[in-house]
Design a protein around this ligand. Sequence first.
Ligand code: CO8
Length: 263
Amino acid sequence: MSSTSLERETVLLETDDNGISILTINRPDKLNALNKQVLDDLGDAFDFIEKADHIHLTIITGAGEKAFVAGADIKELSTLDKQSGEQTSATGQSLFNRIEQFSKPVIALVNGYALGGGAELAMACHIRVGTENAVFGLPEVSLGLIPGYGGTQRLPQLVGKGKAMEMILTGKQIKAEEAQKSGLLNAVHSTENALEKTKELASQILKNSPQALTASISAINAGFRSNGFAKEATLFGRLCETDDFKEGTSAFLEKRKAKFTGN
Ligand code: CO8
């Protein structure tokens, strides 16, 4: 392995001569769902990128043709209780907050489904570029949950409170065009051109002063500090104790419709 690349069980990182690295979440058979291993590997990758002087900007994408990331791993989620649910939410929030505050620009290349935790990961990135088959959704309520990786905080920042309420309360998916109109995607490109176009955007950013880029990220984020993250983690943990959560996650794993009772 060269000093410009990193390989972990679920994550690959390659860097080109311009200092643009591509960080690929590599679990395509499970649509790149975020299990603990993926979150650990992403943490390692950001440690590497932070220290690597030759990396100036990172593009995060998903392996395969179907998904960016189809959410947190529902099989793992189904085992959570109040304490571990709150803890898992807080751990993921801390990784995603780190990405949001990262000193070098991070662009999400949303190449398919970005659902639940996948949408939340994309929203933590500084800019989002989509392919034509990009799909966003926060379907957590259909599992008896709420978004737990910062989605209740970042979605309203990007699309406004009303649209965020609609998306989170219905759990419905929106396609690339609507995502762009709503402010979730900065641009949409064909699948064939998307990486090249994203690299063009990256090159445009990298013509500027690195210190000014870091300061811009920090200043823009400073205007959006919120106390809602802790509330999100607490409520997420509380929901992990409900019958509806057990029913919602079991129904997904058993490939059937959930029947909620409100308990
Ligand atoms: N978790 C685990 N496995 C998944 C996930 C997931 N989120 N998404 C897909 N998979 C698996 C499927 O189970 C399937 O596995 P297998 O082949 O072993 O049966 C494989 O990936 C391929 O998926 P499908 O066969 O379902 O593919 P389709 O093209 O038919 O459907 C969909 C694609 C529509 C994306 C469908 O897979 C789907 O609905 N996935 C779940 C989407 C979802 O609900 N995501 C939100 C999860 S909840 C969440 O993200 C909470 C975040 C906050 C967490 C905070 C603290 C823990």
